[in-house]
Design a protein around this ligand. Structure first.
Ligand code: SF4
Length: 305
């Protein structure tokens, strides 16, 4: 007897086939979304998949800047986001005006923007980075002074790793509210259980300093796969813990229960079906600024390859 296929999954696969579409889902999405995704990954992995795909349509399950990045890297494709108002509050800290003001103040500096930023911000930056390649990108630049935004925690991580450069953070208080809330008490509770603590670079300095390893979500997966350790404490969005449990069922993963990104949780299977059926939520970007935003992304991909 052939296994029973969920009717929603069946429907999604059928429409995907008709449209010649792929679904890209961020690591933080819920397991039901991962179950229908063609590619699951962190921001860099999704960006590379979007650039290299040969399908006609991309459905990006994540937040808006991820869908914009997919469109920027493969402008010929039609890119959709099932929940158009799924945003990233961290990305909202940065504006093109802030970048222009900083450039005027520090004309000798290079501008590096975290991929968690709007296409408009990327268009006035010199280069983009992700949490996984931020250190490599900053080291690759000839300038000794770097304007970096919008995540002040990632900026401070880069400052620690690249002490020979001056890192100017814009704005000074940009942060992800999900990572910002981790406390030393969470670290103490994890130590009581034992195991290894993995923290995302978006965590505040105090958490990074007490963690055993600091890594992007993509690198977390590689590290856990390479180590014998059975018990892991994951200091990032809780969706990542669900993903790790499905990838490594023999290992034990602990999360900090309140670490939920509301925008990352907005997308459901029903939303994906609606998006595929109605083709609403298309990403349309301003053509002029797209060119320069794409150049900033291309420079990143070149410098981190
Ligand atoms: S987890 Fe934080 S950085 Fe990621 S999308 Fe949510 S608010 Fe933005």
């Amino acid at each position: 007897m052939s296994p029973k296929v969920d009717p929603d999954i069946q429907k999604i696969n059928q429409i995907k086939g008709e449209l010649h579409a792929n679904i890209l889902a961020h690591n933080y999405q819920i397991p039901e979304v991962h179950a229908v995704a063609d590619v699951i990954g962190d921001s860099l992995e999704l960006a590379l998949a979007a650039r290299d795909t040969d399908v006609d349509v991309l459905i990006v399950c994540g937040v808006r800047f991820m869908a914009e990045t997919a469109k920027l890297l493969n402008p010929e494709k039609r890119v959709y986001i099932p929940i158009p108002d799924a945003g990233c509050p961290l990305a909202d800290f940065l504006t093109p005006e802030l970048i222009r003001d900083s450039r005027q103040k520090y004309p000798d500096a290079a501008v590096v923007v975290y991929v968690n930023s709007s296409a408009a911000c990327k268009s006035v930056a010199d280069i983009v980075c992700t949490s996984g390649n931020a250190v490599t990108i900053v080291k690759s630049l000839p300038q000794s002074r770097i304007i970096f935004g919008p995540d002040a925690n990632l900026a401070s991580y880069v400052r620690e790793q690249v002490p020979e450069k001056e890192i100017i953070t814009i704005p000074v208080d940009g942060h992800c509210y999900v990572h910002q809330q981790f406390s030393l008490e969470d670290i103490r509770n994890a130590r009581l259980i034992g195991g290894t603590i993995l923290a995302h670079p978006e965590c505040p300095e105090i958490i990074r300093h007490h963690a055993d390893i600091v890594a992007s979500t993509g690198r977390m997966i590689r590290i856990i796969g390479e180590h014998e350790e059975r018990v892991w404490h994951i200091f990032t969005e809780e969706g990542m813990v669900m993903r790790l449990r499905s990838l490594f069922p023999d290992k034990e993963f602990h999360s900090v229960q309140s670490a939920v990104c509301k925008d990352m949780r907005k997308t459901t299977i029903g939303d994906i079906i609606r998006c595929l059926e109605s083709l609403q939520g298309e990403i349309i970007l301003d053509q002029d600024s797209s060119e320069s935003a794409r150049r900033s992304l291309d420079r990143m991909l070149e410098a981190s390859s």
